[in-house]
Write a protein that binds this ligand. Structure first.
Ligand code: NAD
Ligand code: DAU
Length: 331
C-alpha cells in the first residue's frame, strides 16, 4: 500500500509513520510536510533512511505540489494542520488556510487521481464543550475557537465529498493526545519541561477544565485499524477514556518529578476556554479497537521520555518558542 501522510513531521504524524513502517514493511509512506515551527525532521531521524519512506517538503495549500505527490498513492491520511488553540486566538489566518483550505486542496487532488481512501484527522474539539455525558459521532458540531472551527470546517467538507461525490472519506476525531515528540507548547510537555527546568507551570483559570487523555501509540493503532477496516463515509471518535482536570495533570507531573507544588501558577484564563471534552468511543470499539495503554503508565513513559531527551526540547525552547511566549503573556 502506498500512503501519503501529510503533516508527518509533527507529533502524531511522526509517531504514526514510525508505527506503520515498524508494523508493515510492505507499506510505502510519502510524508508531505511544510516544516512549520512545529514540524521537525528530528522526530523521524531513526527512519529517514528506510527504503520505503520518502520526505517531501511542501504545503498542503499548493495544488501543484499536492498533485505531484498524490497521483501515485492508494490512501491519504491528513494530519497537516495548525494545532495550537492559543495561537489560533492570536491569529487565525494560518488555521483557516491550512486546516480548512488545505483539506479542500487535498480532497480535490485525491478525487482527481482517484485515491482509494482518504482519512481526515479531525478532533474531539469540534463538538465543543460537553457539560455532562459524552458526544457521539451523530452529535452536532459546536466549535468554540478559531482552531476548532477551522477543523470543523475541514471535517464537514471531507464528509461532504463522500455525500456529494461518493468519494471514499473516513473522518476520525481523537481526544487530547500525549506522548513522545509533542511540541512543548501543549499542556503536558510544557508542564513536564518547565518542571524539569524548575520553571512555573501556568494553569489557566481555576485549573478545573477537563480533557480526555489518549496516549499517542493508541491513537496510531486506532488510525491503522480504521485505515484497514473502517467503513467508508463513517466518522469514528477515538477516546482516551481518561478524563482529568488540568490541575490533576500538573500534580501527577510534580509528583513524578519530585518537584514542589509551588511551581503551579494560576494565570488568566484562555478566552473561549472549553470547560470539558468528552467523547463516546463505543463505535470504534465495535470495530475492534482496544486501548493498550493505561493512562498512569503512559504518563510515566512520557515523563521519562522528556527526562531522557533534553536535547530535543531544549533546542526548541531556546529558539522561536521564546518569542511566542513573550507574545502569549503580553495578551
Ligand atoms: P503538530 O502541530 O505537532 O504537527 C502538525 C504538522 O503539520 C507539522 O509537522 C507541520 O509542519 C505540518 N503542517 C502545518 N501546516 C502545514 C501545511 N500548510 N502543509 C503541510 N504541512 C503542514 O500536530 P499534532 O498534534 O501532531 O496533530 C496532528 C493532527 O491531529 C492535526 O490535524 C490535529 O488537528 C489533530 N489532532 C491532534 C490532537 C492532539 O492532541 N495533538 C488531538 C486530536 C486531533
Ligand atoms: O482535544 C483535542 C485537541 O487537544 C487537539 O485538537 C489540539 O490540536 C490540541 O492542541 C489539544 O487542544 P487543547 O486546547 O485541549 O490542548 P492544550 O494542550 O493547549 O491545553 C490543554 C488544557 O490545558 C486546556 O484546558 C488549556 C490548559 N492549559 C494549556 C496550556 C498550554 C493550561 O492550563 N496552561 C497552559 O499553559
Amino acid at each position: 500500500m502506498n500512503i501519503l501522510v501529510t503533516g508527518g513531521a509533527g507529533f502524531i504524524g511522526s509517531n504514526f509513520i514510525r508505527y506503520l513502517l515498524g508494523k508493515d514493511p510492505d507499506c510505502h509512506v510519502t510524508n508531505l510536510d511544510k516544516l512549520t515551527y512545529c514540524g521537525n525532521l528530528e522526530n523521524l531521524a531513526d527512519i529517514e533512511n528506510m527504503p520505503n519512506y520518502r520526505f517531501v517538503r511542501g504545503d498542503v495549500t499548493e495544488v501543484k505540489r499536492v498533485e505531484e505527490v498524490i497521483r501515485d498513492v492508494d490512501c491519504v491520511i491528513n494530519f497537516a494542520a495548525e494545532t495550537h488553540v492559543d495561537r489560533s486566538i492570536m491569529n487565525a489566518s494560518e488555521f483557516i488556510m491550512t486546516d480548512a483550505y488545505g483539506t479542500y486542496v487535498l480532497l480535490e487532488a485525491a478525487r482527481k487521481y482517484k485515491t482509494k481512501r482518504f482519512l481526515q484527522i479531525s478532533t474531539d474539539e469540534v463538538y465543543g464543550s460537553i457539560p455532562s455525558g459524552a458526544a457521539n459521532e451523530e452529535d452536532r458540531l459546536n466549535p468554540s475557537n478559531p482552531y476548532s472551527a477551522s477543523k470543523a470546517g475541514a471535517d464537514l467538507l471531507a464528509r461532504s465529498y463522500y455525500i456529494t461525490y461518493d468519494f471514499p472519506v473516513i473522518v476520525l476525531r481523537p481526544s487530547n493526545n500525549f506522548g513522545q515528540y509533542q511540541y512543548p507548547e501543549k499542556l503536558i510537555p510544557l508542564f513536564i519541561t518547565n518542571a524539569l527546568m524548575d520553571m512555573s507551570m501556568p494553569l489557566y483559570g481555576d485549573g478545573k477544565n477537563v480533557r480526555d487523555w489518549l496516549y499517542v501509540e493508541d491513537t496510531c493503532r486506532a488510525i491503522d485499524l480504521v485505515l484497514r477496516d473502517g467503513k467508508i463515509g463513517e466518522v469514528y471518535n477515538i477516546s482516551g477514556g481518561s478524563k482529568k482536570t488540568n490541575i490533576e495533570i500538573a500534580e501527577i507531573i510534580l509528583k513524578e518529578l519530585n518537584k514542589p507544588k509551588e511551581l503551579i501558577k494560576f494565570v488568566r484564563d484562555r478566552p473561549g476556554h472549553d470547560r470539558r471534552y468528552s467523547i463516546d468511543g463505543a463505535k470504534l470499539e465495535r470495530l475492534g479497537f482496544v486501548k493498550k495503554f493505561v493512562f498512569e503508565d503512559a504518563m510515566k513513559k512520557t515523563i521519562d521520555w522528556y527526562r531522557q531527551n533534553r536535547q530535543w526540547w531544549e533546542k526548541i525552547k531556546s529558539g522561536d518558542f521564546k518569542n511566542y511566549y513573550k507574545k502569549q503573556y503580553a495578551r
